[in-house]
Design a protein around this ligand. Structure first.
Ligand code: IYR
Length: 224
């Protein structure tokens, strides 16, 4: 008996690339992503709405547990809302840098040159505040479970960062902590929990980033 739950399958036949093309694309994509850097100094220059829309659509193509797509992307351009987010984030970060983070953590952060000041939260033209949806509220007041929420939303954020890089934009993966103020500021419903705050835009002229090196392949790949 076919029911509403009977899976429906459709043909999926992506173009098979030649080996040479596969090699070239793998190399090119690595080069593109290797050029990605987290940026903390943004230009005060807007991004077109349709660009942001497409980045979010790309993020929302990520695989997710039972295809629940347990994410909400809040796109914040309103200056007053950005200022409120900055003020609340700085309040938390002041506590973090002045006692909440242990000395070892502060030492690890020293090469990044970060401190409690989060000017980028006002200067970046757009903040994408990503929420994970712990569950789905049902019309009858019940809750429908989501699955592998952390993994799913983490992958979606990775897609978003890659899409931004591909579009010539820069991002920062910012995690003010604790970040529950984001749910209040943006008046999100109870089932949504803040996951990541991603300022996005163009780097300021003369922008500098810390001189960091990536681990070589031998340190991150084990062959069996
Ligand atoms: N959330 C703080 C501290 C911080 C923590 C890590 I781990 C970083 O990679 C960078 C910063 C801040 O945003 O300054």
């Amino acid at each position: 008996m076919r029911t509403e739950k009977t899976p429906k399958f459709i043909a999926y036949r992506p173009t098979r690339l030649t080996l040479a093309e596969t090699r070239r694309r793998a190399e090119d994509f690595f080069a593109l992503m290797d050029g990605r850097r987290s940026v903390r100094h943004f230009r005060d220059e807007p991004i077109a709405d349709e660009v942001i829309d497409n980045l979010v659509l790309a993020a929302s193509t990520a695989p997710s547990g039972a295809h629940k797509q347990p994410w909400t992307f809040c796109v914040v351009k309103d200056p007053a809302t950005k200022s409120a987010i900055r003020a609340a984030a700085e309040e938390e970060e002041k506590e973090n840098y002045n006692g909440r983070m242990p000395p070892e953590w502060l030492e690890e952060l020293a090469p990044l040159g970060t401190d409690w000041r989060k000017e980028f939260l006002e200067v970046a033209p757009c903040l994408i505040v990503v929420f994970k949806r712990a569950y789905e509220p049902m019309p009858d007041g019940g809750k429908r479970k989501n699955y592998y929420v952390e993994e799913s939303v983490g992958i979606a954020c990775g897609f978003l960062l890659a899409a931004a890089r591909n579009a010539g934009l820069v991002t920062l993966t910012h995690t003010p902590s604790p970040m529950n103020f984001l749910a209040h500021t943006l008046q999100r419903p109870e089932n949504e929990r803040p996951f990541l705050l991603i300022p996005i835009g163009y780097p300021v002229a003369g922008c500098e980033v810390p001189d960091l090196q990536r681990k070589p392949l031998e340190e991150v790949l084990v062959r069996y």
